[in-house]
Design a protein around this ligand. Structure first.
Ligand code: AGP
Length: 617
């Protein structure tokens, strides 16, 4: 996730914004840059300088020796690539054509392509592949027409669609910073005769503890004397500053005790970002990444083979079901380590869908190469731009989870599932397998998911009692049918990896073929019953467990009461389209795993024996 910092005041601007940026490194990034408007120490240069570099901050710092003591209003940025690879030209800030305006951005501009064409026709030259660069040219164009930076930035914002937090500095008004926010975070830090801005509070804490959190649609003007906040249209708004009382480490985690909890809370935003710009008004899915594949080519893939490891594999299990239901043809999902040595039935007629958060998992990469050797076409779902799997794929659909720091995957999983649904719907629409009404219903169902997840996250406290009751248990089963079985796999993995408790997932109907023998008093059995068509069947499974004194936790849609009598504990989740329930049903299980692990005193963000990116076999 990109990091933004900005400073206006008497301190050396470059040094200050880079120091602040260092405190945002935890967000992950692949390149960095800085812009300063003002005077170099001992010189009367009044220009706007940008220095940027691919790689870590140290690389940029190596190029800043002459700039270190420069005074002047400054902005800086760490980039987590979304549009365009992690290269120096794609790093922020971006210049206007006349090099008098510089802009940094966190977010995604959905309509950048059409704006780029319009600006190109008006004579603007672009130097990067980013979506961001259009914004600085829009500001420049509006400044030419109005001669006022504030109006120019406002006008530019009115033309873009998408998510952004931005900061702008210029030689037209070198003592002023302009900033705005919609969807991506932006915080102002209030000082004495100086002011700051940043994507997150840790960047500000060394300089000031008085902060003000901008809300969606806010527009801010910062100079040494103060800050002024208004709506994008100029209506003044009041945002109450408050004093930050966290220590720096807590601030890095946004005030959460662990990255895992922070990342669980980020899921509504991550889902919204993965969906952003993907659904047309008529319900059709927009996947420009697959533009090169004609409908005839897509329809010619008689086999769909999904490969992945761990949590990403579980996302694939959901996708297999969904693909088969909307495409009415077989889809396979295989653990990558089995695929690579499994003499897979793959050929030129195969669409191989590779799923990976890191894009570097050794087994998954090897499976991809094996599929390619056999002639398959590779479409990958990856969270890290420019990673090995992304580079070696024919097309990449990036999940927009942002950097995931906790080893146990949460937000990456839900965004993988979301991206896979989008792919399934795109294929189904291109093969004309769904009516216009069906497409619209699916689209509405997807659009409802961020709020549904938000509702579950907001009720985190309701899982606390249950977690306290389960923390001393030693055997857990997770049962489900259909989509609920797919969620069971992921729910069990979450508990295993961070609480070190033995958890098994089973297709519910399999219990009586063996595992039921293990159920006795003290054994915890989580039963997912989110699928109306299978509810009665799950109810029978739940009663079987209850009759053997197992402790039953039922996960059901809101309004469903039929499990209440047989379950010891009922967790209710918002009712969504049954095929999309995995994204919602997994969330209370992530919270449960987290709270059980916490109650047991486990190391949550870095569980024993595990690594975030498994780059060895
Ligand atoms: C899940 O919590 C784990 N971190 C692990 O199973 C992970 O999903 C797996 O190693 C695959 O990683 P990838 O998505 O980066 O390829």
């Amino acid at each position: 996730m990109c990091g933004i910092t900005g400073y206006v005041g008497a301190r050396p601007g470059v040094r200050t914004v880079i120091d602040m940026l260092r405190r945002l490194e935890y967000r992950g990034y692949d390149s960095a840059g800085v812009a300063v408007a003002g005077l170099a120490a001992g010189s009367d240069r009044g220009d706007l300088e940008i220095v940027k570099a691919a790689g870590k901050l140290a690389v940029l710092e190596g190029q800043l020796q002459d700039h270190w003591e420069m005074q002047g209003t400054a902005i800086a940025h760490t980039r987590w690539a979304t549009h365009g690879g992690p290269t120096t030209p794609n790093a922020h800030p971006h210049y206007s054509c006349d090099k008098r305006i510089a802009l940094i951005h966190n977010g995604i501009i959905e309509n950048f392509q059409e704006l780029k064409e319009q600006l190109g026709a008006a004579g603007h030259a672009f130097t990067s592949d980013t979506d961001t660069e259009v914004m600085v040219h829009l500001v420049e164009e509006a400044y030419k027409a109005t001669g006022c930076m504030e109006t120019a930035v406002r006008k530019a914002l009115c033309q873009v669609r998408g998510a952004y937090s931005i900061a702008v500095v210029s030689t037209h008004e070198p003592d002023t910073l302009y900033a705005a926010k919609t969807a991506s975070p932006l915080i102002l830090g209030l000082g004495n005769d100086e002011n700051f801005l940043a994507s997150d509070i840790p960047a500000l804490m060394r300089y000031t503890k008085r902060v003000l959190v901008l809300e969606d649609g806010d527009f801010a003007v910062l100079n040494r004397q103060g800050v002024r906040v208004s709506t994008r249209d100029g209506e003044p708004v009041m945002r109450e500053p408050f004093l930050v009382t966290w220590d720096e480490q807590t601030a890095e985690r946004g005030g959460y005790p662990h990255f895992m909890l922070k990342e669980i809370h980020e899921q509504p935003r991550a889902l919204a970002d993965t969906l952003r710009g993907r659904i047309r008004e008529d319900g059709r899915v927009v996947l420009p990444e697959l533009e090169a594949f004609t409908a005839a080519r897509l329809a010619a893939f008689t086999r769909i083979s999904i490969v992945a490891c761990g949590t990403a594999y579980h996302a694939g299990v959901v996708a297999k079901k969904f693909f088969e239901s909307v495409l009415r043809r077989p889809a396979e999902v295989t653990v990558a380590s089995e695929f690579r040595y499994g003499d897979p039935l793959v050929g030129p007629d195969t669409l191989c869908v590779v799923v990976s958060q890191s894009g570097e998992t050794a087994d998954t990469l090897a499976a991809l190469r094996e599929a390619r050797r056999l002639g398959a076409t590779i479409v990958s779902m990856v969270n890290v731009v420019g990673s090995s799997i992304a580079r070696e794929s024919d097309a990449v659909i990036y999940t927009q989870a942002g950097p995931e720091i906790c080893v146990a995957s949460t937000k990456a999983y839900v965004t993988q599932v979301m991206a896979l649904y989008l792919l399934g719907l795109h294929l189904a629409a291109s093969e004309q397998r769904l009516s216009a009404d069906e497409l619209r219903a699916y689209a509405q169902g997807l659009t409802a998911l961020p709020d549904a997840v938000e509702a579950v996250v907001a009720q985190a406290l309701s899982v606390e009692d249950l977690a306290a009751r389960l923390a001393d248990k030693s055997t857990f089963f997770y049962l489900g049918r259909g989509y609920d079985y797919a969620v069971s796999l992921e729910a069990a993995l979450k508990l295993k990896e961070i609480s070190y408790l033995h958890a098994e997932a089973y297709a519910a109907g399999e219990m009586k073929h063996g595992p039921l023998a293990l159920v006795e008093k003290g054994v915890v059995v989580v039963c997912f019953a989110t699928q109306p068509a299978l509810f009665e069947k799950m109810l029978s499974n739940l009663r079987e467990v209850s009759a053997r004194d197992g402790l039953v936790v039922a996960v059901v849609p809101e309004g469903e009461r039929r499990a209440d009598a047989a379950a010891d504990y009922v967790l209710r989740i918002p009712a969504v389209l049954p095929c999309f329930a995995p994204i919602v049903a997994v969330v209370p299980m992530q919270l449960l795993a987290y709270l059980v692990a916490r109650a047991r005193g486990c190391e949550i963000d870095q569980p024993r024996n595990l690594a975030k990116s498994v780059t060895v076999e």
